[in-house]
Design a protein around this ligand. Structure first.
Ligand code: SF4
Length: 274
């Protein structure tokens, strides 16, 4: 955090928590060092509406935020977009599931985290992405030839627009196993429930493959990250924004990705119910 100057004294930091061990560890660390860092914290949780999963993780996040004296704000898909992720997946299944649940979830969650961070007046949005997450994301982007994504997924964003809260990733270089060990040693517990949609996720496949390669090559994830850092300087995004015609948030097209996705889900969902 110091080396990359992720925070400066006086920063108000929104901490994205899911209720899993990584984000709870991040919240624990930031609450432990908040005075030393001179930052003020508010935790932000997105409730996607995934039954059998989200309620357990939400309860856990509420419990720890209370214990560590951090205010927790909750933003839900249902309130903001009018449907839960379960309802969106139902609609998508009726259309043959050509769009995967994680694609919808990822776009809408990213949008809600940013909006909520803006609403609480945050200067930074801290997320718990660790070394494994970053290596997986790099490989997934490479598979999809999404090369410009490399430049926007580093350890810290620069402020690209006044309506986009810069993201920082304090666990960027920490392997998942070390985060898990740290959580265990500090009695941070999260119920072992997995999102039921993980089976549709390409990330899951890449994750298993990387863990397999790691058995032969213990440094592979660091090398993947190093490749990402090198390429981030080569492939740049245009960095020009319009404002979304529906919600007024920064967007590369007439509609932002979240409005595009949520409009489509609402259209299919209404059709299927009527
Ligand atoms: Fe969302 Fe996919 Fe993660 Fe489930 S596995 S919470 S659908 S991103």
């Amino acid at each position: 955090m110091e080396r990359f100057k992720l925070f400066k004294p006086g920063d108000r930091v929104a901490v994205a928590v899911s209720g899993g061990k990584d984000s709870l560890t991040l919240l624990y660390l930031l609450s432990k060092y908040r005075d030393q860092l001179g930052v003020e914290l508010v935790a932000v949780l997105v409730d996607e509406g995934i039954s059998g999963y989200r309620e357990y993780k939400r309860f856990t996040a509420e419990k720890y935020a209370r214990a560590w004296g951090v205010e927790l704000r909750i933003a839900s898909f249902k309130e903001r977009f009018g449907f839960t992720l379960d309802e969106a997946v139902f609609a998508l299944m009726m259309e043959g599931l050509s769009v995967k649940p994680c694609s919808v979830c990822g776009v809408l969650r990213r949008y809600l985290l940013n909006r909520t961070a803006l609403e609480v007046g945050a200067d930074k949005l801290a997320t718990a992405h660790n070394l494994d997450d970053e290596a997986q994301a790099f490989l997934m982007n490479a598979i999809q030839a999404n090369l410009t994504a490399f430049s926007r997924e580093g350890i810290a964003d620069t402020k690209a627009h006044e309506l986009l809260v810069p993201r920082v990733k304090p666990l960027y270089f920490a392997p998942e196993k070390e985060v898990m060990a740290y959580a265990l040693l500090n009695s941070i517990e999260s119920p072992y429930v997995e999102c039921p949609y993980i089976v549709y996720s390409m990330r899951n496949v890449v994750r298993r493959w990387l863990n397999y390669v790691e058995l032969e090559d213990p440094l592979v994830k660091y090398r993947v990250l190093a490749s990402k850092e090198l390429l981030a300087g080569v492939y740049k995004e245009a960095g020009e924004f319009k404002l979304c015609k529906l919600c007024g948030m920064p967007s590369s097209g007439d509609l932002c990705k979240a409005c595009e996705v949520s409009e489509e889900v609402r259209r299919i969902y209404k059709l299927k119910r009527s």
